[in-house]
Write a protein that binds this ligand. Structure first.
Ligand SMILES: C[S@@+](CC[C@H](N)C(=O)[O-])C[C@H]1O[C@@H](n2cnc3c(N)ncnc32)[C@H](O)[C@@H]1O
Length: 221
């Protein structure tokens, strides 16, 4: 599968995108600081939603995460793998060639979305370790506006981000850390918090990284 930035002019690469492309170029997936060998916490939350196996699952900023492999082996068949790093999506696509009809690759910037805005009726928005990189309020607002445009009524949102007492940086970048109440405020009253818990992720270098995991449902009204 070819992952093209666009069909027209070659756009300038932003420094941030270059930063992430370099991370995925220099380091193999299993040695990335955020690599998790098992995505159990996320998969358990997805099971709680009881969404259909063919329901559209949008994995924002998925990188080369094995969450896609785990979803496939669980029988999910409508998986959108999104990132703005074409290198990350290439690593993922090269690992999963036999599943090309079940995974759609979407290259777009969450801070300046275009293709993401064409999505509608997403059953599940799944984010692990992405939202916390948006430290500017305008980027956070863009993120949540996009989420609210594409997640269907009755649909679900998983936000797994660094907890308030978590690390201050990841991949050399500053972070906005969260608790469940802060995420609820960003989502607003149309979303109900179904469950939240803290999970201390131990990274490949044996450092502890406390996360807050949250599962929200968009109200049906
Ligand atoms: C720490 S990694 C997490 C990757 C994956 N979710 C995981 O848990 O392994 C953060 C990911 O967010 C992506 N990302 C960062 N800023 C982004 C943006 N503005 N738009 C889209 N993706 C972005 C990066 O390319 C990277 O793959």
């Amino acid at each position: 599968m070819a992952i093209n930035e666009s069909d027209g002019e070659i756009p300038m690469e932003s420094p941030l995108k270059a930063h992430w492309n370099e991370a995925y170029t220099k380091t193999e997936t299993q040695k990335l600081g955020w690599f998790e060998a098992s995505c159990k916490e996320t998969i358990d939350l997805i099971h709680k939603t009881k969404i259909a196996k063919d329901a559209p699952i949008l994995n924002v900023g998925v990188g080369s995460s094995f969450v896609v492999d785990e979803l496939l082996s669980d029988g999910y068949s409508n998986i959108i793998a999104h990132d703005f790093s074409e290198k990350a999506l290439s690593v993922l696509a090269n690992r999963l060639p036999q599943n090309s009809n079940k995974v759609t690759y979407l290259l777009d910037d969450l801070s300046n979305p275009e293709k993401l805005l064409n999505l509608r009726e997403v059953a599940l928005w799944n984010d692990r370790a992405v939202l916390h990189f948006f430290t500017e309020e305008k980027d956070q607002n863009t993120y949540f506006e996009t989420l609210k445009k594409v997640v269907k009524k009755g649909g679900f949102v998983i936000l797994a981000v660094f907890a308030l007492h978590g690390a201050e940086k990841c991949c050399g970048l500053s972070l906005q850390r969260y608790n469940a109440a802060m995420l609820q405020r960003k989502l607003g009253d149309d979303f109900e918090l179904l469950t939240s818990f803290e999970h201390v992720f131990v990274n490949p270098y044996n450092s502890e990284r406390p996360y807050i995991y949250t599962l929200f449902q968009r109200k049906h009204k």
